[in-house]
Design a protein around this ligand. Structure first.
Ligand SMILES: [Mg+2]
Length: 314
């Protein structure tokens, strides 16, 4: 029975490279109803169709074909820079007496073999196995990427979280040590954030956090790494940046935050932030932890001296 709630599923797409119309028609007929078959008349045609159709899940190829042979097609696929193409399931069709072709195809990275004339049941069984395997591998890869993304992203602001900041921070710190590259960090904290939450409620507080995150993203370069370290505290990792440059950027961010009016219901409120800056070399060379301590201490000083300011030196 068909579940009316589930969307119609399209058939898995198979690419068939075969110069013989007769043989192609037989294979297509065997797969009819279970798979959608794209037919390429030679290896080059197949290669182009493969590039243009990311939905293709399995390739079935003949060996002898004009312009580009099945063996050459297989080699091109296995040497592709595109993981989807490189890891494609490729089934090679040979005649029963051609052991050399099978050996060569195996060496070239064939996933499986079919003997012509192909048997309908064997063809369907093999294509099904490879198509399901390909789909499972793809799904695993997608969920691995999603888990990775969840583990490193702050769900409210979509910035990197503390964990990702620490991991990437360690990596950049090691690079700075090894190659003597500049590295600065900014630690920034929204002033009187508790008061915003208490006065306007937590949804308003969340809105302020998201806006500040937006300022951080829009004011930094693609190579910089803004992150939410927790609560109302943010960190920015700045590779290839001197302390003076980081201090300037921190101040531009401070001004941008102060200038954005937060519309919370009928209230327009002004938010300010304080920041501390520290740099590899000037403020420590032993560890990232030490740099963070220095930046934190300067942030604390900024708060003590009246907030809405950046401190980059003692
Ligand atoms: Mg042929």
């Amino acid at each position: 029975m068909i579940d009316p709630a589930s969307p119609p599923r399209s058939l898995p797409r198979i690419l068939l490279a075969e110069d013989s119309e007769t043989s192609a028609a037989i294979v297509a007929r065997h797969l009819q109803g279970k798979f959608e078959v794209l037919h390429a008349r030679d290896g080059l045609d197949a290669w182009n169709l493969l590039a243009a159709n990311p939905e293709i899940e399995v390739v079935i190829t003949d060996v002898q074909m004009p312009r580009l042979s099945g063996q050459d097609l297989l080699r091109k696929i296995r040497h592709s820079d595109v993981p989807r193409v490189k890891d494609m399931a490729v089934l090679v069709m040979t005649t029963s007496n051609d052991d050399n072709a099978r050996q060569e195809a195996f060496t070239n990275g064939a996933s499986d073999f079919l003997v012509k004339p192909v048997d309908a049941l064997e063809l369907r069984a093999r294509v099904t196995v490879h198509q399901k395997l390909a789909r499972t591998i793809r799904e695993l890869e997608t969920s691995r990427q999603m888990l990775q993304e969840q583990a490193t992203t702050d769900p409210l602001t979509r910035l990197k979280n503390r964990r990702a900041f620490a991991e990437l921070g360690l990596r950049h710190f090691a690079l700075a040590q090894r190659h003597d590259i500049e590295l600065s960090i900014i630690v920034l904290d929204i002033d009187h954030f508790k008061k915003i939450n208490d006065t306007y409620g937590h949804p308003a507080g969340d809105q302020v956090l998201m806006s500040v995150a937006h300022v951080l993203t829009s004011k930094t370069r693609a190579s910089d790494l803004p992150a939410r370290l927790g609560g109302e505290e943010f960190g920015i990792l700045l590779p290839n940046t001197k302390r003076s440059g980081a201090a300037l950027l921190a101040d531009r961010i401070r001004v941008a935050i102060q200038q954005s009016q937060f519309q919370l219901g009928e209230h327009a409120i002004t938010v300010t932030a304080s920041a501390g800056v520290a740099a590899y070399g000037l403020d420590g060379e032993e560890s990232l932890e030490r740099l963070l301590e220095v930046a934190d201490r300067r942030l604390y000083l900024a708060k003590q001296r009246g907030r809405n300011r950046v401190i980059a030196m003692n």
